[in-house]
Write a new protein. Sequence first.
Length: 601
Amino acid sequence: MREFSVPSTFTVPEDASAVDAVYTHAAQRPDLVVFKRLVGSTWTNVTARDFAAEVTKVAKGLIALGVQPGDRVALMSATRYEWPLIDFAIWSAGGVTVPIYETSSAEQVRWILEDSAAVGLVVENDAHVETVGQVAAESPALRKVLQIEGGDGAGAVAELVALGAEITDEQVRTRADALSAADPATLIYTSGTTGRPKGCQLTHSNLIAESRGITTSGFGSLLQPGRRTLMFLPMAHVLARAVSLAAFDAGATVGHTADIKNLVATFGVFKPDFILSVPRVFEKVYNTARQKAHGDGKGKIFDAATEVAVQWSQAQDTGGAGLILNVKHAVFDKLVYGKLRAALGGQCQLAISGGAPLGARLGHFFRGMGVTIYEGYGLTETSAAVAVNTPGHQKIGTVGKPLAGNAVRIGEDGEILLSGPVVFSEYWRNEAASKDAVEDGWFHTGDLGSVDTEGYITITGRKKEIIVTAGGKNVAPAGLEDHLRAHPLISQALVVGDQKPFIGALITVDPEAWPGWKERNGKSADATVADLLADADLVAEVDAAIAEANKLVSHAESIKKYRILPVDFSEETGELTPTMKLKRNVIHQSFAADIDAIYAK
């Protein structure tokens, strides 16, 4: 059993809380720009002094509403400035924030409100009010629903400010000062690829340890006043929340947007120094650039640039690139790489990736083109990242070493076990699940992997996702799926074959790549994927992608047959979680006939 631990470089005081930085910044660096807020089409500075004043005013309103220390207040909104404002205000009032994804269904909201016994709910817009209407009325603990975007009044923030007019600043500070590190800070309901979501309770100590772990790592030199990052992942997800908190604690400037379709244009204006994302976004950036190059007749140049970027990056791990490779790299930097960096705003120095595995080839490509992606690993139960590659300490293909104070152990069955100050202690009101998850201080992640002698962790799959074929072969689907999903034409891939004679796969086509592919291959612009399921060119393209993926595995683990689906998986139709993970049980039920067709004689 291999184990690796990293000594702690900090301590969390017993009287500390995650909201302390709001008032510390205001007192020590009042003019520090902690946020840039999008007002109309203009990014407006928010100083530490102004933010602390606004947090205090909103907290007064929550106190006036009757929020008591320890009460849960739910927050359902897309990523925007008001998200951290209300989050910090809930903490200042002594409350516990319960994030809800803005895409959640009424039944999902019902369960979270019921299980958490939330006394308040802040939603973003009219659509959310419609979603939660009847559910909110039937939630016994819920006293008030507030709406950020206007509604019948001036909006949640203005309404809370008005409500708290009679509450003093001292009352708020008394609540905030009474918080301890051991107090619960948030209940995050796991998005759940199976079963009902569990409320993961994270304390202020957990969140502070996560923030300190990030800021005292190799990222510390970038997390500084004057540096900027643009958050566009859902703030309801622990990864975006934790990195946002670390950036705020360090005094970096944070902006927010939920306009993913116009993200490149927003990068151009905001010009982030670093970004946080999930692998699917990086895959989209690469695939979109490749499709555009091929559509403009420059496909060969782009593909050659890709190979050089990968080779140049790989060479950095083996003594550095030679003269010829360096010359090629310099040429393509002017022709291709510089344009890709410009698409990220022109001054982005690095990116952090989490939430799902990032393929090694994609990691090498981005490092080769000048924006290194540092892949990390963590779960809601570990307050986001428990391990991450950092500047000066990176092995592409791994998820890095544990952050300060944390440890990793590989169980006898290959399961990754974790311990440390970022690891949660319990699920909300679920003693049985808590006991199953944490044993002797070690959190059982359900992930399979390994750790090398230097402490770098490699993820190989999920225990519950392991496929056992009829011949007894154990197959981890993640590697095959990741490789297939990186193909420009493929959106999603689900590997199947449990108790079957061979491995198969369901393949979906990327709707954004589809028009360009049809044009390049002489197909009718009106043709749908369903129209061309048996098209020779489409089949040949997927065949080639399958063949490349199969090079990663043994013959017994390779995909023998596959099925192209006429529709893509999505969160709206229930096949994906909000963080783009496959809901395997849902897909198996919804596309049972297609899976059966793979194995039909």
